[in-house]
Design a protein around this ligand. Structure first.
Ligand SMILES: *[C@@H]1O[C@H](CO)[C@@H](O)[C@H](O)[C@H]1NC(C)=O
Ligand SMILES: *[C@@H]1O[C@H](CO)[C@@H](O)[C@H](O)[C@H]1NC(C)=O
Ligand SMILES: *[C@@H]1O[C@H](CO)[C@@H](O)[C@H](O)[C@H]1NC(C)=O
Ligand SMILES: *[C@@H]1O[C@H](CO)[C@@H](O)[C@H](O)[C@H]1NC(C)=O
Ligand SMILES: *[C@@H]1O[C@H](CO)[C@@H](O)[C@H](O)[C@H]1NC(C)=O
Ligand SMILES: *[C@@H]1O[C@H](CO)[C@@H](O)[C@H](O)[C@H]1NC(C)=O
Ligand SMILES: *[C@@H]1O[C@H](CO)[C@@H](O)[C@H](O)[C@H]1NC(C)=O
Ligand SMILES: [Cu+2]
Length: 573
């Protein structure tokens, strides 16, 4: 294994001997560790769906290495790019307090690591535990470059639920028989919708229902009568997924590395970017049971990958010999929004929480697709002579032009002309967002518009889906933060009626909220992490079309509330 760990051992420096002595005393007391890893990005042949493909991996592994740490630990990950594409790595859900330059989104907090280049990501886990993940944040490379990031409680601290006998990470992925970069390139060229994937995967394997895939099907062996913890991650590029295990129910205990009040369900739905931790008790007749995932698809008249990925839960005491076909779970219909609503409405924080009630930044962002008119031709293949776009508040987000800076660098060094801070705080035009939207409103404007706010601001954002082109549920992810989801509903958010039904007592916390199709969600948080933070749809085709913005949170008072200086090895543009 290429990973190794050392106990925190500060560098010796005679000037600060006393401090260091104290520090090592404290850190050995807390058992915080520093984990060093080398991530070599490389091209690796893998065999899937009857064919050998070269894909970009980390250390030749697909999915990539699982990082297991404890709350309070520090990670030092040296990324060496031996592949042929620019790349960056994002640590999805990590708050990156005082380590803004390690967040990862390309041209937002850093310029990419070019082929042959290296960059070392350093960050400390501060008061977070549960299941997160890491992935490439550069074009569509995350289709194959991703892995689990598991944060255990501090040494000696228990889980707030029954201690599981086994812990199993389950990474749901999406597979193309082509290089995902060429699928993306074609999409950018034509302006049409991207080709749908050829398979979904569980821990990198499509499973028994696809051609040439039986041999690779992932099997998890369990004993009868044990409780196991499944750490499920939706790493798919472009698709929300249902997940179920035949004959077994789940107890949901956490999501996005935040504990929830436990509840039981037989179906999960995860948007891309989301994680869900569940307990499962092996209380069924010893045998073989499929776990399966397939699409939850809400866009109207849009093609999607309607295949099903499976893995097998295998009881150790199951009769050997010719295994009978495993039992298949019943999955909801592809468009079963009622099941999704019944599931998501059960999420609560385990305790009463401190939700901001006085709001300094009252924001209302529409989220949705758009169409941009173009001259008929090969680059104008969207519906009726258009190119697809997507926007927030009618601004289709474009990364800094000419790729000379990241937004964080431009902000930190006061470089003019890279971005503007006039992102609209409310929709520039009010319309019936989820109704029949007049065609004249469908074309957004392109821009690198950000919204700036003071350190410590108490923020509310209404996220409102639009019916432009089609309504659809969008998994909106905010970097550098997690937030309370105080309300959700269908149709247009009503500022007079809906706040009365907000949950300000024990709302769930998340880093990615799947905003209901044709509906809205309201999130709240305190802007206590200075920096430049990307907020975007975690469906990569929508991100590419511009469904994003970034927020600048200004410095507060003192070093701890100030953006850290950039590390010396930050990749240049
Ligand atoms: C997308 O799909 C079309 C139709 O199946 C195919 O001709 C084309 O080669 C595909 N493009 C990529 C990049 O996979
Ligand atoms: C999936 O879509 C294909 C092509 O649209 C269709 O022929 C097939 O019946 C669908 N399969 C399922 C299980 O819905
Ligand atoms: C879901 O799809 C089915 C079959 O395609 C259709 O009959 C039904 O009306 C759809 N339901 C919703 C809620 O869109
Ligand atoms: C394209 O034009 C046709 C014919 O006018 C119309 O029926 C269809 O709704 C249009 N599609 C879009 C996405 O605008
Ligand atoms: C918005 O559109 C929906 C769907 O067409 C309609 O039911 C609703 O009455 C409209 N609302 C307003 C305020 O016009
Ligand atoms: C977006 O802006 C464009 C350009 O000003 C305008 O034509 C369009 O109607 C706007 N749409 C919305 C939803 O505001
Ligand atoms: C790779 O990154 C460099 C530095 O930002 C940039 O100049 C170059 O255009 C990038 N290459 C591609 C293919 O995006
Ligand atoms: Cu989206």
């Amino acid at each position: 294994m290429e990973a190794y760990k050392v106990h925190a051992k500060p560098q010796f420096n005679c000037l600060s001997l006393a401090f260091l002595f104290l520090f090592s005393l404290i850190s050995s007391f807390a058992n915080a560790e520093i984990h060093h890893h080398q991530f070599t990005v490389q091209e690796t042949p893998v065999n899937r769906l009857c064919k050998t493909h070269n894909i970009i991996t980390v250390n030749g592994q697909f999915p990539g290495p699982t990082l297991e740490v404890r709350n309070g630990d520090t990670l030092v990950i040296k990324v060496l790019n031996s592949g042929r594409y620019n790349i960056t790595i994002h640590w999805h859900g990590i708050r990156q307090i005082r380590s803004q330059w390690a967040d990862g989104p390309e041209y937002v907090t850093q310029c990419p690591i070019k082929p042959g280049g290296t960059y070392t990501y350093r960050f400390t886990i501060e008061d977070q535990e549960g299941t997160l993940w890491w992935h490439a944040h550069s074009r569509w490379l995350r289709a194959t470059v991703y892995g689990a990031l598991i944060i255990h409680p501090k040494l000696g601290s228990p889980y707030p639920f029954q201690n599981p006998k086994q812990e199993i990470p389950i990474l749901l992925g999406e597979w193309w028989n082509r290089d995902p970069i060429s699928v993306q390139r074609q999409t950018v060229f034509t302006g049409a919708a991207p080709n749908v994937s050829d398979a979904y995967t569980i821990n990198g394997q499509p499973g028994d229902l696809y051609p040439c895939s039986n041999k690779g099907t992932v099997r998890f062996t369990v004993d009868s009568g044990e409780t196991i913890l499944l750490r499920i991650i939706n790493a798919a590029l472009n698709q929300q997924l249902f997940f179920a295990v035949a004959n077994h129910r789940f107890t949901v205990v956490a999501t996005d590395a935040l504990y929830t009040r436990p509840f039981t369900t037989s179906i999960l739905m995860l948007g891309p970017g989301q994680t869900t931790d569940v307990l499962l008790t092996t209380d069924q007749t010893p045998g073989h049971y499929y776990m399966a995932a397939r699409a939850y698809a809400t866009a109207q008249n849009a093609p999607f990958d309607n295949t099903t990925t499976t893995a097998i839960l295998k009881y150790r005491t199951a009769k050997t010999g010719v295994p009978s076909r495993p039992t298949m779970p019943r999955l909801p219909a592809y468009n079963d929004t009622a099941t999704v609503t019944a599931f998501t409405s059960q999420f609560r924080s385990p305790f009463k929480v401190e939700v901001p009630t006085v709001i300094d930044e009252n924001l209302f962002f529409t989220i949705g697709l758009g169409l941009v008119n173009c001259t008929p031709g090969p680059r104008c293949q969207g519906p009726n002579n258009t190119r697809f776009a997507a926007s927030m508040n009618n601004v289709s987000f474009v990364l800094p032009r000419r790729k000379r800076n990241s937004l964080l660098q431009a902000y930190y060094q006061n470089v003019p002309g890279v971005y503007t801070t006039d992102f609209p705080t409310v929709p520039p035009v009010q319309f019936n967002y989820t109704g029949n939207v007049p065609r004249g409103l469908w074309q957004p404007v392109y821009g690198t518009k950000l919204h700036k706010m003071k350190f410590g601001s108490r923020v509310q954002i209404v996220l409102q889906d639009t019916a432009i082109v089609t309504t659809e549920d969008h998994p909106i992810h905010l970097h550098g933060y997690h937030f309370y989801v105080v309300g959700q509903g269908f149709g247009n958010f009503n500022p007079r009626r809906d706040p009365a039904r907000f949950n300000l007592i024990d709302p769930p916390q998340r880093n990615t909220i799947d905003v209901p199709v044709g509906g809205w969600a309201v999130i709240r948080f305190v802007a206590d992490n200075p920096g430049v933070w990307l907020m975007h749809c975690h469906i990569d085709s929508h991100l590419m079309w511009g469904l994003a913005t970034s927020i600048i949170v200004e410095n507060g008072v003192g070093e701890l509330q100030t953006v850290a200086p950039p590390p010396p090895d930050l990749p240049p543009c």
